[in-house]
Design a protein around this ligand. Structure first.
Ligand SMILES: NC(=O)c1ccc[n+]([C@@H]2O[C@H](COP(=O)([O-])OP(=O)(O)OC[C@H]3O[C@@H](n4cnc5c(N)ncnc54)[C@H](OP(=O)(O)O)[C@@H]3O)[C@@H](O)[C@H]2O)c1
Length: 258
């Protein structure tokens, strides 16, 4: 099975946001499956250390690209740097959230978040899809969020950014049918990472490695995939409710938690 997986999606995977959390878990899981890696993030010291570790543990060759995705030119630089690399799997994962009342959210931070969470996946997918299509087999995994499945009060801007990722992934899943290129939008709920490290009272926290493993095991099961049963049930329930009722319930729940 791992051999077959690597034959379809290997030999090289690109992972953005691989310096911690879910992206780091993707890198480790892919190394386990025999992939060579192209890893991006701002903290290249972490990526260099990871590359060294994966070389000695798995004989994996890693290319590290220092990349600040809040700069709108960075995706083009990643695409340029990877020209000629036989990348069969793209994991567009880098992202961050801003929580709280919308009117209290910092405007500049919001602009940066949209550049990292939305502009980067759009541009990276736009550049990589012709390469994957030409190979006739491969895949793209977008890390979205359950918060992209319905507007989430007190997480309005982040939720909206992930709704773009979900819509992008769904649309591309449709466009790539029959091309041999699989598209999966991973929609995690609360997952162990630096993003959740400071948060208290989070129930149903899932391990990042489990999320990455389940995503790769289900890369053919797009368009979207929620890796935790609790969040699958919760968001299926919310989306089945009349929208006004669902949003009022969610807003009330968030106000009680604050
Ligand atoms: N953890 C959760 O509960 C959860 C739930 C749903 C969805 N997600 C999504 O999962 C993805 C990974 O997040 P995580 O939870 O694993 O958090 P994390 O541990 O904070 O990791 C975020 C990763 O994104 C990179 N990143 C952030 N800003 C960047 C920038 N300006 N330029 C380049 N890279 C940047 C970080 O690298 P550097 O800081 O080194 O640049 C890091 O590698 C995100 O898209 C997030 O929205 C997380």
């Amino acid at each position: 099975m791992p051999r077959q997986f690597r034959d379809t999606y290997g030999p090289i995977a690109l992972v953005t946001g691989a310096s911690s959390g879910i992206g780091l878990a993707f890198a480790e899981e892919l190394a386990d499956r025999g992939f060579d890696l192209v890893l991006t993030a701002r903290r290249t010291d972490r990526l260099d250390a990871l590359a060294e570790r994966l070389l000695s543990s798995h004989a994996v060759r890693t290319t590290v690209i220092g990349a600040d995705l809040a700069d709108p030119e960075t995706p083009a630089r990643i695409l340029e740097a990877t020209l000629g690399a036989d990348i069969g799997l793209v994991v567009s994962n880098a992202g961050f959230n801003l929580k709280g009342a919308f009117e209290d959210t910092d405007a500049l931070a919001m602009a940066k978040m949209l550049t990292v969470n939305c502009h980067a996946p759009l541009q990276i997918a736009h550049g990589m899809i012709p390469r994957l299509r030409a190979r006739g087999h491969g895949g793209i995994v977008f890390t979205g969020s359950v918060e992209g499945l319905i507007g989430c009060p007190y997480s309005a801007a982040y939720s909206a950014s992930k709704a773009l990722v979900v819509a992008l992934g769904e649309a591309l899943w449709g466009e790539m049918l029959g091309t041999g290129v699989d598209v999966l939008t991973l929609c995690p709920g609360a997952t162990e990472s630096e993003a959740t490290a400071g948060m208290t009272g989070l129930a149903n926290l899932q391990g990042a490695r489990e999320v990455a493993k389940l995503a790769l095991d289900n890369v053919r099961e797009g368009p979207t995939f929620v890796p935790h049963a609790h969040y699958r049930a919760t968001f299926d329930h919310l989306r089945a409710l009349p929208r006004r009722e669902a949003l009022a319930q969610m807003a009330e729940g968030m106000r009680k938690r604050a």
